[in-house]
Design a protein around this ligand. Structure first.
Ligand code: FAD
Length: 497
């Protein structure tokens, strides 16, 4: 059995960033466990046509690894995947990843003060466990009656079947979220008939994408401060959205007017326009950006169906009004398991209780600073409860969490501490603060039901404030909020095997 100081689950932005920053801090006895055959997480899996980030690339990357070579303001998936590979190699992380090792269980051993981890092919023990298993890494396909009887190809946008040639096919797309609006315009010119099943229309604003010029590339390479300034400008611009999301949702009315104008300009047919017009406050669900989705929907081979799907048959999708829509390919753009947090079912803390069970007790799914949970010593959850965002780069939040974890481990090393557990009172007070901030937000008052909410309607996903306030709170480890146990073997041993 391997013994390591830190085991990390996942090798997306979270896992790679975590290992890179630990390396730089001198904590090098680290292993990353990745179930897939390659690194990259979201950007390895989501290879559907048109996949790209929707936060500008200068901000959607690590602050410590700027990329002067982004080709577009919103870079396509292959470029982001390639960026992650290069960062992992440059930071000495790639060699620490064990591919094809899915973590099936991690159990806290109180006597040894270590995590015992089982994967699909090995067992290991770690003093600290960081899970970076991703907020959107397990695709969700709704259980629609008859789905198993469908005779054609069925796949999710995150597991795109590139062997399926869509030319001349009758394709049904289920869902109209962030992924669907990217791939629909790409497949529409190929297919015979495209039927888009929409439950709730998204708010869509224009996508101001452009090629990054040669002059900009030159400047970013030779005067890196210019890229930092560009990044800061994007960051501040994005934070103004938070004003409308979390401080005063009425501000979103102005942005709604912009989005309505965008829809009016791109969709002439008043009936289709009505079906595409949202009835909830903008921001309540993720705001989408696209300049080619609406035009694709106006093409003669596309229908937008708003009646609910009741059944799937061998060669059709049937809606509540009894209409059967022919299909030989079903593509699900129905999102991911988010609020049920799949990895939490595999982590067992004090007394053998799973994190999923702990988080299903009321109040559900809370973590101190979105990262640590009482009953789960030495466990840090990246993109944990209430660290998601609706307006800016998730990588910003991930980096803030990483800083906090590194600071905690350095504190442990300095003081010979080998067990770190957040105090229940600190966790409860933190959760009350988060839910208090949540009350006036657009996600609570905006009149929609989104994947941000759990079964009880509690927003356990998003951070309800400006991101700088989260970064401030996680800048440094705060030992007063933790129960800490020192190593009996002395200071130097705390992070040793
Ligand atoms: C299509 C798409 C577009 C997006 N665009 C943006 C954007 O523009 N801006 C933005 O801010 N965010 C965006 N996101 C959110 C995105 O998920 C995050 O920004 C970020 O990539 C999350 O990184 P991560 O490392 O936390 O998770 P992931 O990238 O999901 O990586 C998690 C890794 O953990 C592995 N894993 C999971 N469970 C296990 C297990 N049990 N054992 C071993 N390995 C495991 C997975 O295989 C995966 O490699 C997008 C998400 C999607 C799906």
């Amino acid at each position: 059995m391997t013994d390591v100081t830190v085991a990390i689950i996942g090798s997306g932005f979270g896992g790679i960033g975590m290992a890179a920053r630990l390396n730089r801090a001198g904590i090098t006895d680290v292993v990353l466990l990745e179930r897939a055959a390659d690194l990259g997480g979201t950007w390895r899996d989501n290879s559907y046509p048109g996949a790209a980030c929707d936060v500008p690339s200068h901000l959607y990357c690590f602050s410590f690894a700027p990329n002067p070579d982004w080709t577009r303001s919103f870079s396509p998936q292959p470029e982001i995947w390639d960026y992650l590979r290069r960062v992992a190699a440059a930071e000495g992380v790639t060699g620490k990843i064990r591919f094809g090792e899915e973590v099936t269980a991690a159990r806290w051993d109180p006597a040894a003060r270590r995590w015992r981890i089982e994967t699909t092919s090995s067992t290991l023990s770690a003093r600290f466990l960081v899970t970076a298993a991703g907020p959107l890494s397990d695709p969700l396909i709704p259980a629609i009656p008859g789905l198993g009887a469908f005779a054609g190809a069925v796949f999710h946008s995150a597991t795109w079947d590139h062997d399926r040639d869509l030319t001349g096919r009758n394709v049904a797309v289920i869902g109209t979220g962030a992924s669907a609006i990217q791939f629909v315009p790409r497949i529409q010119p190929l297919v015979n008939q495209l039927t888009v099943f929409q439950r709730t229309p998204p708010w869509i604003i224009p996508r101001r994408d452009r090629q990054i010029s040669r002059l900009e590339h030159w400047l970013f390479r030779h005067a890196p401060a210019t890229q930092r300034i560009a990044r800061a400008g994007i960051y501040l611009g994005r934070e103004t959205y938070a004003l409308g999301f979390v401080k005063n949702p009425d501000i979103m009315r102005k942005a709604e007017a912009l989005a309505r104008g965008h829809l009016r300009r791109q969709v002439g047919d008043p009936d289709l326009r009505a079906r595409l017009t949202p009835s909830y406050r903008m921001g309540c669900k993720r705001i989408l950006i696209s300049s080619d989705y609406y035009p694709a929907l106006t093409q003669p081979n596309v229908s937008v169906v708003t009646d609910g799907i009741t059944e799937i048959r061998e060669k059709s999708v049937v809606t509540s009004d009894g209409t059967a829509y022919d299909a030989d390919t079903l593509i699900f753009g129905t999102g991911f398991h988010v609020t049920d947090f799949p990895v939490a079912q595999r982590i067992f803390g004090t007394g053998g209780v799973s994190l999923a069970r702990r988080w299903s007790a009321k109040p559900a799914q809370t973590a101190f600073r979105g990262t640590t949970t009482a009953g789960f010593p030495n466990l840090f959850v990246l993109t944990g409860p209430n660290t998601g965002l609706g307006h800016t780069s998730q990588v910003f939040m991930i980096e803030a969490q990483i800083r906090y974890v590194v600071s905690a481990l350095l504190h442990a090393r300095r003081h010979g501490i080998e067990r770190v557990e957040v105090r229940p009172a600190a966790q409860a007070a933190y959760d009350q603060m988060v839910q208090r901030k949540m009350r006036p937000t657009v996600w609570v008052t905006g009149g929609c039901r989104s994947w941000y909410l759990d079964a009880d309607g509690r927003n356990i996903t998003l951070w309800p404030d400006f991101t700088w306030s989260y970064a401030r709170q996680t800048r440094r480890f705060d030992p007063a909020n933790y129960d800490l146990a020192r190593s009996a073997r002395g200071v130097t041993d705390a992070l040793a095997r």
